[in-house]
Design a protein around this ligand. Structure first.
Ligand code: TRP
Length: 361
């Protein structure tokens, strides 16, 4: 298999373990599979501005934060290009042409946009830029001719809308763009990791996130305070594992070998779950095990982060180089797009030749 990866995140905050199991871990695995010819990982600052227009400082500050998150999970800058969206003007130009291929009602039906409009109470005051961000996301993906887009499940409607734009463009102007596929994690627990409070989603404003950059002490406090089964009052009570975030996190992170190391009473998670359901297994014991598992998973991430934090000028260079490589690729695609649309007027006197031909001169 050969292919091209494009993916990214909005820099509106630090990335958390939900991002990690939902997509970052998958991106690193794809990168290390050596099956892809080119990999582009984008810090989507322009998209972040679509609903943070009055707060560019927040977006700016989080660019380096997200770059550090990427590098710390194992995105390898010698293989993957990390770049900053707003520095690639070709993406904006593509967006402008794609806007003619999408209807307002189609945008209104995009479930992710719908949910976000509700969440932000935008109903009567939706910024136009925000409303059209799925089109700009299609430009991000197609500019790189991406075949694979590893993202969280919430991005599925964006990829579907991108595929529609690709089909429309290719049918009107000729085969130039490539239809991408979404790449989701196989493990169901990873699709949407709940917050530590048991709420459906981790979100900064709810204060229910475990960040990749959290210290061991932070993680300990958060795990020991995690929501569990509210009816599991005494150790001997039977407990519920479905909808119990401690077990959802274990589903997402646990490997059998961790039991031998940290909780040898059980051989695997199913045995531990069975005991919890029967009664006789206390929350503290399960939480301590989860804490050990999380620390095992986060330790190498923390170490790489510390390493990159000690050489921030290298991080700056990584972003600069990645952005230059990305711009070159986007410029190539934009040139093809304009030529297919026959608006590349100054290429080989196209505009004059077309006029002369029509008027027989
Ligand atoms: N929408 C993504 C997010 O919310 C960020 C993003 C922008 C993106 N453009 C993209 C993701 C293109 C994948 C492909 O974080």
């Amino acid at each position: 298999m050969s292919g091209i990866i494009l993916t990214g995140d909005r820099p509106t905050g630090k990335l958390h373990v939900g991002h990690f199991v939902g997509s970052l871990r998958q991106r690193v695995a794809l990168q290390n599979s050596n099956k892809f010819d080119e990999i582009f990982i984008m810090i989507a600052d322009a998209q972040a501005l679509t609903d943070n227009a009055d707060n560019p400082g927040k977006v700016r500050e989080n660019i380096i934060e997200v770059a550090l998150d990427y590098l710390s999970v194992g995105i390898d800058p010698s293989v993957s290009n990390i770049f900053i969206q707003s520095q690639i003007p070709q993406l904006t130009e593509l967006t402008f042409y794609y806007m003619n291929l999408v209807t307002v009602s189609r945008l209104q039906r995009n479930p992710t946009v719908k949910a976000e409009i509700q969440m932000r109470n935008f109903e009567t005051s939706i910024p136009v830029g925000f409303f059209t961000y799925p089109i700009s996301q299609a430009a991000d993906i197609t500019a790189f001719k991406a075949t694979a887009v590893p993202v969280g499940e919430d991005q599925e409607p964006m990829i579907e809308q991108t595929r529609e734009i690709v089909r429309k463009f290719n049918s009107v102007y000729g085969e130039v763009l490539v239809e991408p596929e979404i790449v989701l994690p196989d493990n169901k627990a990873c699709l949407r990791l709940p917050g530590t409070d048991g709420k459906a989603k981790m979100s900064k404003s709810l204060g229910n996130c475990i960040y990749l950059s959290d210290t061991e002490a932070d993680v300990k406090t958060k795990v020991m305070n995690m929501f569990t089964d509210p009816d599991h009052l005494k150790v001997t009570d039977p407990g519920k594992v479905d909808g119990n975030p401690v077990f959802t996190y274990l589903d997402a992170f646990c490997k059998d070998e961790y039991f031998a190391q940290y909780c040898p009473d059980y051989a695997c998670l199913d045995e531990m779950k069975a005991h919890y359901k029967r009664g006789g297994l206390g929350d503290v014991k399960v939480k301590k095990f989860l804490l050990a598992v999380l620390n095992e998973e986060l330790a190498p991430i923390r170490a790489r982060r510390a390493e990159y934090e000690s050489r921030l000028s290298d991080v700056y260079d990584i972003l600069k180089t990645g952005t230059a490589v990305a711009e070159k690729k986007a410029a190539e695609t934009l040139a093809e797009v304009k030529s297919a649309m026959k608006i590349d007027y100054f290429e080989n006197d196209v505009i004059l030749r077309a006029y002369k031909e029509k008027n027989g001169r």
